[in-house]
Write a protein that binds this ligand. Sequence first.
Ligand code: 2M8
Length: 462
Amino acid sequence: MREDPAPEGAKCPPANEKSAGVSPLAAGVLRRNDLKTWTKPAPSLYPHQWSWDSAFIALGLAHMDNRRAAQELETLFASQWDTGKLPHIIFNPDAPPKSYFPDAERWNSATLSSDAPSEPHTSGLCQPPIHAIAVLRIWEAARGKDERRVELARSFLRDSYPRLLAWHLYLSTARDPEGSGLVTIYHPWESGTDNSPRWDAALEAFEVGDLPPYTRRDLDHVTEPSQRPSDEEYNRYLWLLELLKRARYEEAGIYEAHPFLVKDVLFSAILVAANEALLEITAVVDAPDEERTLIEDFIERGRKSLDERWDPDLKLCLDYDLRAEKPARVRTVAGFAPLISGGLSPERLEDLLGTLYSPAFAGNPDLSHPLPPSTSPEEPGFHPRSYWRGPVWPVINWLLWWSLLRAGEHERAEEMRRATLDGLAGGGFAEYFEPFTGEALGASDQSWTAAVALDLLAAAGG
Ligand code: 2M8
C-alpha cells in the first residue's frame, strides 16, 4: 500500500554518508506538506493537524527554520481547550470533502462542550505530550545563534510556558483524579498507537451499541486494508466516540461511565520526560518557584508509579485497565516506558536493555535492521504489516534513541540512530516499515518521519 507515490529520489541518504547539513530530502517532505502555519502529517491520508505529529514536526523544523517550528506549535496552542487539553486533531476547513473520517461534524465538540474552541473545530481527545520536548528543542537550536534569533526563541518560550503548564496540569489532574502519577486515556486514538494489541482486551470487554452510519475514508487512501485497523476495530472506536459525545466530553461523567479507561504507561512516561523539559523551560522564563516544585513533584510521582507497573517476568512496564482492574500483559514498545521517563536504577536499566535487545524486540535475528517492532514478534497479536501491531515506526525509534542518550547509553543510541537512518535510506520517509524486509508501509512522505530524520541527522552535526 502506498498513499502517494514517493517523489523521485525522496529517500534519506545512508547515515554513514554524513549528509552535508540537514537532509534536503527530509526537508522537502516537510515543505511539501506545509500549509504555512501548520503541517499535514501526510499528503492525503491525514489532511488535518494532529497534535503529537505537530510536536515531532516542530522538532525537525527547528533545524530548518526556527521561527516556522515555533509557528507549528503556536497554531496548535491556539486551539487549546479551556481545560488545558491540547486536542488530538484540529480540523482543516479547506481539506477536500470526505477526505477523513471521523470529521469535525462527527466530533461536534464546539456544540457539545463549552470548553472547546468554537473554531477551528477540534476532536475531543488528546495525544501524548511531546510538546514541551519540542519547545525545548526549538530553544536549543536557537541558542548560540545571533541575538535576534535567541530573543525570538525566548519570547516563544515565554508564550508557550503557560500553555504547556496548563496542558500538563490537565493531564495530571483531570486525567489522573486518583493522583496516581499515571495518565488515563479514554480511547486507543489517545495513545497514538491506535490498534496496538495493548488495547485488545479493553476493547473486547464492551458491547458496541447502535452506531450512526459512517463510511471509512482512510481505506480510500490505501491499497491494502489489512495495514489499517479492521472494521471491527473501527466500530469500537466509533462507539467510544459516541459515548464521549453523550458525556459532552465532560471528564467527571466520562470517568463515571466510560467503558474504556486505561492507565497508559507510554503516555505517562512521555509526560514525565516532557515535565523534565518543562522544568528546563522554567529556568529560561523565570517561572515562580512553586511551579518548579509542582513540576518536580509530577516527575517524581510519575516515575514512582511507572515503577509500580513493572512486570518482573516480562521485564517490561504494563498498561493498567481501570475497568478490568488488571494490567494488559502484552509485549509492545510501550513497555519501554521507564527508559523514556528516566531516572532508573542501574538494575532496571539493565533489565530494560536486556529486553530491548532480546529476540523479542530489536535483537530478533530476522529483522532487516536492529530496531524494535511496535509489537513483539513473539506475541500472538503480532502482525508485521498491520499498523501498530508489528511494523517499525521511526518516531518510536526517535523516542528510544533520545531516551538512550539521556540514560548515558551513547553507543546503543548511536546504533539506533544509524539503523533508523539506514532504514529510511532504503524505504524513504514512510509512515511505518515492515520489520523483516524493511518495506515502506502506510503513507509515504509522512511528515513526522522526515522530521525525526532531520533531528537524527542534526545530532551527528549533519
Ligand atoms: C494515526 O492515528 C489516526 C487517528 O488519530 C488514524 O489512524 O487515522 C496514528 O498513527 C497516530 O499516532 C498519528 O498521530 C496519526 C497521524 O499521523 O495517525
